[in-house]
Design a protein around this ligand. Sequence first.
Ligand code: PLP
Length: 434
Amino acid sequence: MSATTPSAPPHATRGDCLAADAADPLRGFRDRFLLPDGVVYLDGNSLGALPAGAEERAREVVAEEWGRGLIRSWNTAGWFDLPGRLGDKLASLLGGNPGEAVVTDTTSLNLFKALAAAIRIQQRDRPGRRVIVSERDNFPTDVYIAEGIADFLNSVAEETGTRYEVRLVDASLSLRDALAPGDAAVVSLSHVNYRTGSMWDMDAVTAQAHDAGALMVWDLAHSAGAVPVDLNGADADFAVGCTYKYLNGGPGSPAFIWVHARHQDRFWQPLAGWWSHAAPFAMAESYRPAGDIRRFLCGTQPVTSLALVETGLDITLEADQAALRAKSLALTDLFVRLVEQRCAAHPLELVTPREHARRGSHVSFRHPEGYAVMSALIARGVIGDYREPEVLRFGVTPLYTGYADVWDAVEALRDILDSRAWDAPEHRERNAVT
Ligand SMILES: *Cc1c(COP(=O)(O)O)cnc(C)c1O
């Protein structure tokens, strides 16, 4: 081969992909999940796969802890301490310290608590700041919750004339310009964008928010378990996220909230239910908030679902995070390259950044018939998902996604596009959940 001959790209054939799987240092983790035969699962960013130990753990929680232990299990099976115990494990994955996180409630509810806490801290530290900065392209719940808080505060403060507002960063308003007036109380962003997979620079953006006098809330729904995160390294203030996505906690499993130690005793979060009390079982007449992260709990926890979070989380904690990131990038690189080589005749537009530092763990392409194309892929057992507008989304979970999976997914996509198999009535009917 002469020096000017381009060498064949890696993974040019399915055989190359199988060889890459055989050489993958993370390969053993695939056997820790129960994936059905005949399925290429590329939707772990929406609902993670079933960990091998989860069914046994569920049986234990239901039959032993509930069935035999009954109410004693709050003490004897550790139910009462679960939110904090799981929170400590999660914090260790995200660059947090023990005592800085709890697993509880939903991401939406935890966002409400985090934003409300940030606003209350700012009312004391920097009064007069009434703007929540977020982004138009954020996951809808993040914007809705921010708008709901502003609406609530405004309705309460109507007579005083104060106005809270949500200011959204978009193509016409940069983060820098949104912060320029110096009136932002808090900046709330998703680290990895749910649709495009683009990723903010957590260190730089947190510093930018702080320089502008704002507190920083990160939504890690598409980051936790997928990309390295160092919350204390970035000096973040609050973070929230899901456990049912890359952490494989199960459908609707409780979310997490992380609060920097410096903020934990500075406010009452407004969902101040009895589990956030300093002594819940004192049944005191008046409220006294817990002095630690338990202040972010609200009421009784969904124990069966919460207990299952641990099975998936423990598997993730066993894996080397740098190896996970390297494999995730290799898989998304491969996906992009194969689509561009093998589906070049079709109107697919990459909406995910090519630059590694700006990419999470999924790739998305726009196609004018995106919904029908994804429906046809799912009918063939290649499960990704569809997001408005026209976006085909393919998540890779480096714990269980392989190189040959990517090859097979792109081949199915190519065949569906070449044959126009998507152009059938059954692929146009919209499901309630996409
Ligand atoms: C998935 C996701 C959520 C989901 O919130 P829930 O309260 O669990 O429904 C929130 N934010 C982002 C960025 C997400 O990707």
